[in-house]
Design a protein around this ligand. Structure first.
Ligand code: NAG
Ligand code: NAG
Ligand code: NAG
Length: 801
């Protein structure tokens, strides 16, 4: 589930750093005052300290700083304005100065001017930082000569007014503040519209929302878009009547912050956040337009909210969730909004040689449509003929069948969406070899048919309002997740598997020189080094132990699942072998060994390298948990199972194998597959095994990465230090982080990150699995996108380790 909304993390200590380090708190700034990016005095505060203007360090690039205004008292960093310049973010050492003749002046470390607030007509006397979040430059007569509210970026705040011709632009992504594709416009004719532009051009696609307050519709067109103090958003008409978009909130603005943000996915949302952050931890969406971006953003000449070749469905917060249909994979594994690429492109040459039906087949998905991708419509028609004509047409990527009509669609597929009213059956052309274990006649086994409605667990730990939304969503039937399944094994082996090689046992005895050089012993067997005789590629060959020997089908199913995973932080499976009793898996060889060797060796690796590795492991786990077709729980995350490639990227090994064991054994102690010291407490109780077991192990691993020592080290003389999870928590509560990392100066100098990482680790090792964050949240916290609140003691149930 998209996860800003759940995970109640209570008790947040208000940002100590920014309040103590920022300059004086009077809400005014005098001429010649300066701020320096990366410096201790990095912000100016509004009078009550609710807002800050200054330099925000970017989470994904520590050397870059964004000149911005943000909510200063909230645990999560919420930027509401940023200076619009191609050189924002800027480098460390850049300066912001308030000048009398140029207004705000941003210069780079070599004193080159990067940006200034607009040309101004009279001399600036001082700046007033209003507690509404408006940064105002005034002249000697106290007249406003420039204000941040007149130059909105992606967010409006209460008391802010948008004038005719003004625009609010989305940012590029959640972390990139460059201008994005979507805009909210108050047109000169009085209409408020949402539309998208085809960057880098200014070409505007058709509106996907309009308020209708134009001068052609009415003698009384809109004049301003107002976000008033009570949180009401309305179009003020020429005759001062109001056209309300979203009414006032009945909870007072004294207790809640409000903002209205055009999100990077095109949804304009009003959010509220309790001012007392101990009550709740995140922004709740209270209103948004359009009501369904997946359907409304569909316009010709644009990809829709999700990018090309996608399926868009609506999340509870009315924001889109984007998925690749079967047969497609993400263009950029790190960016789920950039669209998907087909796993193959059908050649039109090939058709002359062999008949299409031996090469291609269809995956059927119900209630999906790409309404703008047709190139041919056939009517009246039958389902089978519809499929056949698409199969034999090398241009055809998808056929949609509904009401005796057959639509043939070409690539790229645009504006894909889930549409339960459509009663459409989508037939997606796939290469047979990509789906070896799927029986084409049972292709109704596809993902979307396993839609289930979830309720229970998600209802815990969210705000009343979100719960209300959830219930509403459930009853309206648009809120669901896909139940993930192992695909059905097929009995024959007629096809070679998805980019996987099928090796003979002899191939592998040759490659490994009769299993001569042992690389390590993993959870399910021994790994040997080898060199493939035909390609000379170095490989790691894993000889599986008895676990899989009795079950050919399960083995194939698992291989198929693993073969479909592609991520830069996973070790890639190249092929497999099954002959008689023998089950072997062939992986790419990782030249820099295991993380255990790297961390616990003689040389302490650098802090930065360790941070990168921790991020890599988190990314890989996030992919396994939430992003690949079949959810994979690793069950045995530990430094021995993390390998390092030639560039020292972390690559998770040994995933996808544990499921088999989980399914076949009850949760008794014999089923515990994890490794002592890394396994979550629920393995020892009757609690269900979920992805949270991996989060626990990741927490332990993260502590080891921070401290460069093993979790359990009985050789350490001081007893209180022998078990890292206890000792780390002690050091955390006592504030002795320097002791924890020993003489690691790099870590000590990066105290903020160190503390953040430690907090994340302690959240992950909570004995109560429901308190542990999801990997998505872990990722956001590690990157510094979400602030990490102070974790409670992880040891609620007493010690088990
Ligand atoms: C702050 O903004 C509010 C609303 O626009 C205004 O009424 C108030 O006078 C401003 N305060 C200062 C100190 O300018
Ligand atoms: C943000 O996105 C823009 C446009 O995609 C790109 O040019 C820019 O390099 C990105 N900035 C950062 C800091 O990643
Ligand atoms: C804001 O607008 C609403 C109407 O939408 C009105 O009821 C409310 O009184 C206004 N609040 C203020 C402070 O003007």
């Amino acid at each position: 589930m998209f996860s800003f909304l759940h995970y109640l993390i209570i008790s947040i200590s208000i940002l100590k750093h920014s309040t103590t380090l920022a300059q004086k708190n009077s809400g005014t700034v005098s001429i010649d005052a300066t701020l320096t990016a990366g410096d201790k005095a990095f912000s100016w505060l509004s009078s009550s300290g609710d807002f800050a203007l200054g330099f925000q360090q970017l989470s994904d690039n520590k050397d870059l700083f964004l000149l911005a205004i943000w909510f200063n008292k909230l645990p999560e960093r919420t930027v509401v304005w940023s200076a619009e310049t191609p050189n924002n973010p800027t480098r460390k050492g850049s300066k912001l100065k308030l000048t009398a003749d140029r207004g705000l002046l941003l210069t780079d470390p070599r004193n080159q001017e990067l940006w200034n607030s607009d040309p101004i007509i009279s001399q600036v006397d001082m700046a007033i930082f209003n507690d509404t979040g408006n940064f105002v430059l005034v002249n000697r007569n106290s007249e406003k000569i420039w204000e941040s509210f007149s130059h909105p970026t992606d967010t409006l705040l209460p008391t802010q007014v948008l004038e005719k011709g003004d625009v609010v632009s989305s940012r590029d992504s959640s972390t990139n503040f460059s201008r994005g594709r979507f805009q909210l416009f108050l047109l000169k004719d009085g209409n408020v519209v949402l539309d998208s532009i085809n960057l880098p051009s200014e070409f505007t696609n058709a509106n996907y929302y309009t308020s209708g307050t134009t001068n052609t519709n009415s003698s009384n067109p809109g004049k301003q878009l107002v976000f008033n103090e009570s949180g009401s958003l309305y179009v003020l008409r020429e005759n001062n009547e109001m056209f309300t978009l979203s009414g006032a909130e009945n909870v007072s603005g004294a207790d809640y912050y409000y903002r209205a943000t055009l999100n990077f996915d095109g949804v304009f949302t009003k959010y509220s956040h309790p001012k007392n952050p101990t009550m709740e931890n995140s922004w709740s969406a209270v209103w948004s337009i359009p009501d369904n971006i997946c359907i409304k953003s569909f316009v010709f000449g644009s990809s829709g909210a999700c990018g090309y070749n996608r399926i868009c469905r609506l999340n509870v917060d009315k924001r889109p969730v984007c998925e690749c249909p079967r047969g497609f994979s993400l263009l950029d594994a790190d960016d789920e909004y950039r669209g998907c690429k087909p796993n193959f492109l059908q050649s039109c040459e090939e058709e002359t040689k062999s008949s299409a039906d031996s090469l291609y087949t269809f995956q059927e998905i119900k209630d999906i449509d790409w309404p703008t991708g047709d190139y041919e419509v056939l009517q009246p028609y039958e389902t089978d003929k519809c499929k056949e004509t698409c199969l034999n047409d090398c241009m055809c990527a998808v056929a949609i069948f509904r009401n005796n009509t057959c639509w043939k669609k070409k690539l790229p597929l645009t504006n894909g969406r889930l549409d339960s009213n459509a009663e459409a059956r989508a037939f997606i052309k796939v290469r047979k070899s990509d789906f070896p274990l799927e029986n084409p006649s049972s292709s109704s086994q596809t993902k979307s048919q396993n839609v289930i409605i979830i309720a229970g667990s998600v209802l815990l730990g969210t705000s009343l309002f979100v719960n209300f939304l959830l219930l509403g969503g459930v009853s309206m039937g648009f809120f669901f997740i896909y139940k993930k399944r192992v695909t059905r094994p097929q009995s024959d082996r007629e096809v070679s598997r998805f980019n996987l090689r099928c090796f003979t046992y002899k191939d592998l005895t040759d490659a490994t020189d009769d299993f001569k050089e042992e690389l390590g012993r993993g959870s399910f067997g021994i790994v040997y080094k080898g060199t493939l005789k035909d390609t000379n590629d170095q490989v790691a060959v894993k000889k599986l132990d008895r676990a899989f020997q009795d079950s050919e089908k399960e083995f194939k199913a698992e291989v198929n699942v693993i073969g479909h995973t592609h991520h830069k932080n996973l070790v890639r499976l190249l092929g497999f072998c099954e002959e008689g009793e023998q089950r072997l898996l062939v992986y790419e060889f990782m030249s820099n060994g295991t993380l255990a060797g790297f961390l616990f060796g003689d040389m302490r690796p650098s802090w930065n390298q360790r941070i990168q590795i921790a991020m890599g492991v988190a990314r890989g786990l996030l992919y396994l948990h939430e992003e690949c077709n079949t959810q994979i729980i690793h069950c045995d995350i530990k430094p021995q199972n993390i390998l390092l490639d030639e560039s020292y990227n972390a690559r998770i090994a040994d995933f996808g194998l544990a499921k088999h064991l989980l399914m076949n054994q009850s949760h008794t102690n014999t089923a515990i597959r994890g490794t002592k010291g890394y396994v979550a407490p629920e393995w020892f109780s009757n609690m269900p095994i979920t992805v949270k077991v991996d989060v626990y192990s990741f927490g332990v691993l993260l502590l080891e990465i921070i401290c460069c020592r093993r979790n359990v080290d009985v050789e350490i003389a001081a007893e209180e230090k022998a078990i890292l999870v206890y000792w780390a928590y002690d050091c955390y509560t006592e504030g002795t982080l320097d002791v924890l990392v020993g003489s690691d100066m790099e870590a000590i100098e990066d105290m903020k990150s160190l503390e953040r990482f430690l907090r994340v680790a302690i959240w992950c090792i909570q004995e109560d699995p429901s308190l542990r964050p999801s990997m998505k949240k872990v990722m956001l916290m590690l990157e510094g996108i979400v602030q990490v609140s102070a974790p409670p003691s992880p040891f609620l149930f007493g010690s088990i380790i």
